[in-house]
Design a protein around this ligand. Structure first.
Ligand code: IFM
Length: 438
């Protein structure tokens, strides 16, 4: 539990810095009967897959209540709203009309729409193990850009392909529930290829402000012992370099390219299609040690014993209700590390997600969390890192995947019985902090 604390004014960010909040389609829209099925619909119905037995059938009912949510965004005073477009909805008759209306409402409210084209809700008939899914994704990107590109200027291709690969295809904790372990690597490659093909498709439609939202966090070795350092390095490769190196350097980390399917060299040229900025979702650093030959319970997951590393609970830090350590300084470390690794291949950075789960409407812990992370971000700017924006996860409480509705990440509380929205203390804090930035 973090102590209640009044915060001092935040440091001033450069003019034009983009302040926003994020959500995703499957987590807030509901209205699942008004679209084609996604892999998450089938997965959620599986016994024990969602901890509280819930589904996203209604979620926040944003599909029907979006005017109220746009009013909340306007009241918050954010520059931009990052939401995701449901590919299955776009595949359904009239599905794009919803995003047309949402984008119009955002523009009318003076909030810049920043859609993500894929945030894990794959159409049920598709599979990222198939290369063809990447080609289909580029076609879908063209369709969306053709319809919304007159008003949408900033685009995100994929959200967190690392988690979608690891949780959905390697461990089976997320949809589509596959437990392929390292045989899931083609899923990573095909998503990266989809990203590159979509960048080309969006450019062909006239877009010139395109990024990806990859999740990253520093990996800390449990000790100086060679076994721990090597295990941490491998974990860092899987969660960080595997998804950043192909996009930013046009290559896979050593030893990985040969494990990927197809003509990897020529695919890498597509994957490295230049982006205009690089999105980072940051939540926490991870402490990693040598494997201990036993299953590991970590962050609500059971990690199999055969993994070549152990993920440890970080000690000595406050934790969120999810048990995630609160380490703002690791955000500065992450950004400085990115510049060291990628140098002038790193385009401007946008923090596309950062946030925490805490219960309660008087959420002083969330204020402390956000205050600390925004200051840590400012310290990165002071060290010369070109960061252009910061998006809080999330505008409102929502369906937190396998955790169901137990984890509340929102600035706005949602009563799941009545669907009433109530701004939390953190919403008021952010609104005031943003006013002070103008
Ligand atoms: O809710 C998720 C989001 O969908 C992706 N990034 C992390 C968030 C919190 O777990």
């Amino acid at each position: 539990m973090i102590a209640r604390m009044a915060t001092n004014p935040l440091p001033q960010f450069p003019a034009g810095f983009l302040w926003g909040v994020s959500t995703s389609a499957h987590q807030i829209e509901g209205a699942v009967d008004e679209r084609a099925p996604s892999v998450w619909d089938a997965f959620s119905a599986g016994p024990g897959h969602i901890k509280d037995g819930s589904t996203a059938a209604v979620a926040c009912d944003h599909f029907h209540r979006y005017p109220e949510d746009v009013a909340l965004l306007a009241g918050l005073g954010v520059d931009a709203y990052r939401f995701s477009i449901s590919w299955p909805r776009v595949n359904s008759p009239g599905g794009l009309d919803f995003y047309d209306r949402l984008v119009d409402a955002l523009c009318a409210a003076g909030v810049r729409p920043v859609p993500t084209l894929f945030h894990w809700d794959l159409p049920a008939e598709l599979d990222w193990m198939d290369r063809d899914t990447a080609e289909r994704f580029a076609e879908y990107a063209s369709v969306v850009a053709g319809r919304l590109g007159d008003r949408v200027k900033k685009w995100i291709t994929l959200n967190e392909p690392a988690e979608h690969t690891l949780l959905g295809h390697a461990l089976g904790a997320h949809a589509p529930g596959k437990q392929l372990l390292f045989d899931a690597l083609p899923v990573a490659h095909h998503q990266l290829l989809a990203h590159g093909l979509a960048v080309r498709a969006l450019r062909a439609a006239g877009a010139d402000d395109i990024g990806i939202a990859n999740s990253h966090g520093p990996t800390w070795a449990a000790s100086d012992r060679t076994e721990d350092v090597e295990a941490a390095d491998f974990y860092d490769l899987l969660l960080n370099r595997l998804f950043a190196d192909p996009v930013l350097l046009g290559q896979y980390p050593e030893g990985i390219g040969e494990l990927m399917p197809g003509d990897v060299e020529s695919d890498l040229k597509i994957i490295a299609e230049p982006v205009d900025w690089y999105g980072i979702n940051y939540y926490q650093p991870t402490e990693v040690g040598a494997p201990e030959g036993a299953e590991i319970e970590f962050s609500g997951l059971t990690l199999p014993a055969e993994l070549p590393f152990t993920v440890k609970e970080l000690e000595g830090y406050p934790v969120t209700d999810f048990g995630w350590p609160v380490v703002p300084e690791a955000l500065t470390e992450l950004l400085v590390g990115f510049r060291e690794r990628y140098g002038d291949r790193l385009p401007p950075v946008v923090i596309t997600e950062n946030g925490c789960s805490y219960d309660g409407i008087d959420d002083q812990e969330r204020i402390t969390f956000l205050d600390g992370h925004v200051r840590a971000l400012h310290r990165a700017l002071e060290q010369g890192i070109d960061v252009r924006g910061y998006f809080v996860w999330s505008l409102m409480d929502n369906f937190e995947w396998a955790e169901g509705y137990e984890r509340r990440f929102g600035l706005v509380h949602v009563d799941y019985d009545t669907l009433e929205r109530t701004p939390k203390a953190s919403y008021n804090w952010l609104r005031d902090a943003l006013r002070a930035q103008r």
